[in-house]
Design a protein around this ligand. Structure first.
Ligand code: 13P
Ligand code: ZN
Length: 271
């Protein structure tokens, strides 16, 4: 057996959490990530027949039975993950009943997966149904995106449009826009279901006055989506109180999207 701490996906996961922390997206225990793992790859590092303990999830994830995930622990600080992965992270497998997680590694202090597991696993199910390549669900509290929630209407067309206007790259990076949920109680199956519903048509979902969810085929792609939204939100917050002299016009956004051949939400432009 190889040492799991040398596994490239675990190391990349840890580097990602450190980057997110340094960018100010994950204060204290804010934020959580889940990564769908390849069973054959994990088998080189862990005895897949050795279940450390089982933990009920409180919801049904039948479509994910037998699937393995690397998941951040609840209450754990992103700043500490790279230094001590075995305490702060865990590898779980969804058991045959669809409602239990089998712990194969991690949560070494007796902890468990993030309180947002419903939103993560429900989003994985929703995304896999539209994109079988999806592996990552990432949640965090990026400062400017959150600030924008307090001063901008929480309407997905208007919110997306404003972000698209802020940086030329935005409509190319997230042509499918940003879904928006109103403020809701976090950590519940209800917010998980609402998030997953949005994930059928968006790869980014803002949780009103809480944070953002992103999904993608790998950690870089998902990180890059949130990073681009956050950059645009930063430009917005730096300029929203100033007279707008210049802007990228809707016909220019259209030209841009067409030049890059992306399938953008045409009804989000006012042409
Ligand atoms: P966890 O510590 O349970 O992952 O919760 C953090 C968070 O961001 C809740 O939305
Ligand atoms: Zn959160």
């Amino acid at each position: 057996m190889k040492d799991i701490l040398t596994a490239p996906s675990l190391q990349e996961f840890c580097r990602t959490t450190s980057n997110m922390y340094r960018l100010g997206w994950d204060e204290r225990n804010g934020g959580n990530i889940s990564l769908l793992l390849d069973e054959a790859q994990v088998g080189a590092y862990l005895d897949l027949d050795h279940v450390i303990r089982t933990i009920p999830t409180g919801f049904d994830a039948k479509a994910l039975i037998g699937k393995l995930f690397l998941v951040t622990g609840t209450g754990k600080y992103f700043k500490n993950m790279e230094r001590d992965p075995e305490t702060n992270l865990g590898i779980i497998r969804i058991a045959k009943d669809g409602t239990t997680a089998e712990l194969l590694w991690g949560y070494a202090d007796g902890g468990k997966f993030t309180s947002e597991l419903p939103a993560h696993l429900m989003s994985h199910m929703a995304r896999l149904s539209v994109n079988p390549e999806n592996r990552v669900v990432m949640h965090c509290h990026p400062t400017y995106t959150l600030a924008m929630n307090y001063v901008h209407e929480l309407d997905e067309k208007k919110f997306t449009h404003t972000l698209w206007e802020m940086c030329t790259e935005c409509i190319v990076v997230f042509p499918d826009g940003v879904g928006v949920l109103p403020w809701m109680l976090c950590g519940t199956n209800e917010i998980g279901e609402a998030t997953a519903e949005k994930m059928k048509e968006f790869r980014l979902v803002v949780w009103g006055m809480h944070g953002i969810y992103g999904v993608g085929k790998d950690l870089d792609e998902t990180f890059g989506l949130i990073e681009t939204v956050e950059k645009a939100a930063q430009i917005y917050m730096l300029t929203a109180h100033l007279p707008r002299v210049n802007t990228i016009k809707d016909d220019e956004l259209q030209v841009l999207a067409e030049a890059f051949g992306v399938n953008y939400r045409k009804d989000y432009l006012n042409l």
